[in-house]
Design a binder for this molecule. Structure first.
Ligand code: ADP
Ligand code: MG
Length: 292
C-alpha cells in the first residue's frame, strides 16, 4: 500500500467519523469475514431502563428496589445505573451499603443496612448456593421480550427479581442489513442470558449468538474462530471488551465507550453507530483496489 493512498483513505474516514489507526488496520480490515458485536452499548442504546420490580413473599416492591439500588450505587455498570435511576424515579429512599464487591460478568454483592445482599444473574445466585428455578417461567417470559432479568438475594433467600430493558439503537437494523450485504457473518457476543440474547438477535437477523459469555471468554471465542481460519473484527465499547478488541484481527471501538476500549482498537467509530463499519469497509475496498 502506498503511503499516499492510505493517507487519503484515513483522511476520508476521519471526516465520516471513522478513525483508522494505521495502514496495518486498513489492510487487515479488507480481509475480515466475521464480525463479532457486543450487545449492550453496541447494538443497543446501552442505557437500560428499569421496567419491572418483582418481589417474592416477605418483600414489598419498594423494599426490594431499595436493596438493589443501595447496592448498585457502588457499581458503574449500565445495569446498575438503570436500577439506581429507577429507584429515584419511584421515590425509593436508599440505605447504607457496606462490603461492596463486583463479580465480573455476574453481578454485585455486599450488605445493605447490615443485611447480606446479592444482585445479578443465575450464575451469581448459584455461586452463593441459591436456586432461581421457581422464578424461571416469569423470568423467561420477560427475557423473550429482550429484557435482562436480575435476581436479588437477601438474608440467604431469593427476595425477587428486577428487570431492565435496553432498546436497540435506531440505526442498528439498517446497519446490519448493509453489513450482511457486504458479506460479513455477524455474531453477537454478550454476558447477557441466552434467552434475552436470542430474542434481540432474532429481531435483528443476527447469524449466531454467544450468550452468558464472561468478558475474558470473548477473546477466547475470537481466538477459536481465528484458528478455524476466520478473519475476525470485534466491535465493542466496554472496559471489559479491551482484551477481545486486542485479540481480534481488527478491534472496532464504539467512540461513545470506554477509553481503554479505544486504546485497544484499530478502528474507532466516533458516532458509536455500526454504519461506520459499512463506511470503513467501502473505504478500505476502494483504497486497496487503487493500490493494486
Ligand atoms: P454485557 O456483555 O452485556 O456487557 P456483562 O458481562 O457486563 O454483560 O454482564 C453479564 C451479566 O451479569 C448481566 O447481564 C447481569 O445479569 C450480570 N451483571 C453484571 N454486572 C451487574 C451489576 N452491576 N448488577 C446486576 N447484574 C449485573
Ligand atoms: Mg458490555
Amino acid at each position: 500500500a502506498t503511503p499516499m493512498s492510505i493517507m487519503t483513505a484515513t483522511g476520508r474516514g476521519a471526516q465520516a467519523g471513522v478513525l483508522i489507526r494505521n495502514a496495518e488496520a486498513l489492510e487487515r480490515f479488507e480481509k475480515i469475514d466475521t464480525l463479532i458485536v457486543d450487545k449492550t452499548g453496541t447494538l443497543t442504546e446501552g442505557k437500560p431502563k428499569l421496567v419491572a420490580v418483582l418481589p417474592e413473599a416477605g418483600f414489598t416492591e419498594d423494599a426490594l428496589l431499595r436493596l438493589a439500588a443501595t447496592l448498585e450505587r457502588g457499581s458503574e455498570h449500565p445495569l446498575a445505573e438503570a436500577i439506581v435511576n429507577g429507584a429515584e424515579e419511584r421515590g425509593v429512599t436508599l440505605g447504607k451499603a457496606d462490603d461492596f464487591s463486583a463479580v465480573t460478568g455476574k453481578g454485585v454483592t455486599g450488605t445493605v443496612d447490615g443485611r447480606p445482599v446479592a444482585l445479578g444473574n443465575a450464575a451469581l445466585l448459584a455461586q452463593i448456593g441459591l436456586d432461581a428455578a421457581g422464578l424461571a417461567t416469569i423470568a423467561d417470559a420477560r427475557r423473550d421480550e429482550g429484557e435482562t432479568v436480575m435476581f436479588v438475594a437477601c438474608d440467604g433467600v431469593v427476595a425477587g427479581m428486577v428487570s431492565v430493558a435496553d432498546p436497540v439503537k435506531q440505526t442498528t437494523p439498517a446497519a446490519l442489513v448493509a453489513l450482511h450485504e457486504l458479506g460479513f457473518r455477524i455474531i453477537m457476543a454478550t454476558g447477557d442470558n441466552a434467552r434475552t440474547a436470542k430474542a434481540v438477535a432474532a429481531r435483528l437477523g443476527i447469524d449466531e449468538v454467544r450468550a452468558d459469555v464472561l468478558p475474558e471468554d470473548k477473546a477466547r471465542i475470537i481466538g477459536e474462530l481465528q484458528q478455524q481460519g476466520r478473519k475476525v473484527a470485534m466491535a465493542g465499547d466496554g472496559v471489559n471488551d479491551a482484551p477481545a478488541l486486542a485479540q481480534a484481527d481488527v478491534g472496532i471501538a464504539m467512540g461513545t465507550g470506554a477509553d481503554v476500549a479505544i486504546e485497544s482498537a484499530g478502528i474507532t467509530l466516533v458516532k458509536g453507530d455500526l454504519h461506520g463499519i459499512v463506511r470503513a469497509r467501502r473505504l478500505t475496498r476502494a483504497t486497496m483496489r487503487n493500490i493494486r
